[in-house]
Design a protein around this ligand. Sequence first.
Ligand code: ADP
Length: 226
Amino acid sequence: MTAPPASLVLTDVTKEYPTPTEPLCVLRGVSLSLAPGDRVAILGPSGSGKSTLLNIIGTLDRPTAGQVRLGEVDPFALSAADLAQFRSRRVGFVFQDHHLLPQCTALENVLLAKLAAGAVDRADVARAEELLARVGLSGRREHVPAELSGGERQRVAIARALMNRPAMLLCDEPTGNLDAPAARAVGELFVELAGETGAILIVVTHSESLAAQVGRSLRLVEGKLA
Ligand code: ADP
């Protein structure tokens, strides 16, 4: 069963990391409200906290204070088991490195997202094949990552991220390892696919051109979104 699209609301999120001296305060009160289908790029220099913010939105890391809600759910109030299920069903991740399993084919890599959320059936295989076709790789589904180009691997990662029909597609420098034409094509795919699925799209990047493709841009400056 697929959960419906949902809004994302961050209220006064702060994040501190302990250090031997005083805590390192990376996020200093980030508030953000996004509706289903909204797209936003988060820009900022290296070390400004972009990945930290994305990891908190994706529930890979916990805020020191403040609140994150997806629809009616406060994920950080869930038990560890429910949080893991929330993450695999509601969040799709695409990282700079594709993180595909090298021994698995493109099709198997897409299906892995489903395995993490439950058992795989014929309808899942059909959906994975459909997604690979949608990202332009139907002829490559039996190929392992080493037989694919960087852009093609990232397309498989996008298909995998969408397999469970997530409410949020979270991308951390997704075109950072690609040349300009491949980066442009991957940027276009994100925008099209997020639009088709109604997912919230959040892209963390240094790239002004990727941010322009996404549409709306916010900057992380001194721990706040501007
Ligand atoms: P960006 O993605 O904008 O490059 P990050 O979110 O990766 O920035 O990092 C922001 C700051 O937080 C950096 O100074 C980084 O060293 C620090 N940081 C990130 N993760 C940790 C951690 N687990 N422990 C301590 N400091 C961290």
